[in-house]
Design a protein around this ligand. Structure first.
Ligand SMILES: [Zn+2]
Ligand SMILES: [Zn+2]
Length: 174
């Protein structure tokens, strides 16, 4: 009897379905077990427990069948990764007025990241991806941030170099 990657036996209807799909998979397609239409693989969610790595119902059928599945997946990811519930995430988001705490970018389609203290494990708040990455780059070090604020407010080059008229930079900003 064939087995899934998690050791569970593959049930007969699914085995039949997989056999039907064998030729199609080589062409990068599969037949949806619900709507029965042949669709390209990118229209299926990946699923590591499935023998061929994809769910056997297409994305639109899956969404129809399990409307809460995405929230459910998100909720368990928050608990697993940060130890907070979806409600707690929403409470944090509301307390930050729906914006990145640092730069104030409004969360739109892309959600704000749960920034957390790597050593203690506790969440600190919600940041946009660039701000979250930036914190990572400076190793969460407040002293570096303070130095950078000093740097911007009192640029060392202006202290060292002779005073002159500067031409604004003409190239592309990085
Ligand atoms: Zn379908
Ligand atoms: Zn930000």
């Amino acid at each position: 009897m064939p087995y899934r990657s998690d050791g569970q036996p593959i049930k007969t209807p699914l085995r039949k379905h997989m056999a039907e799909n064998e030729g199609l998979l080589e062409e990068g397609k599969r037949r949806c077990a619900m709507c029965n239409r042949v669709k390209a693989l990118h229209l299926y969610y990946k699923h590591s427990n499935m023998a061929d790595g994809y769910r056997y119902v297409c994305k639109s059928c899956f969404k129809q069948r399990y409307p809460q599945a995405r929230d459910h997946a998100r909720a368990s990811a928050y608990i697993r990764k940060y130890g907070i519930t979806l409600d707690e995430y929403e409470a944090l988001l509301a307390s930050q007025d729906g914006k990145c705490y640092s730069c104030g970018m409004k969360a739109k389609k892309k959600r704000l990241a749960v920034d957390h203290d790597w050593e203690q494990g506790n969440p600190r708040g919600l940041l946009c991806t660039p701000c979250n990455r930036f914190l990572g780059r400076i190793h969460d070090d407040p002293a570096t941030l303070r130095k950078m604020a000093d740097y911007l407010e009192t640029p060392p080059a202006l202290v060292v170099l002779d005073d002159r008229d500067w031409t604004p930079y003409q190239g592309k900003r990085t």
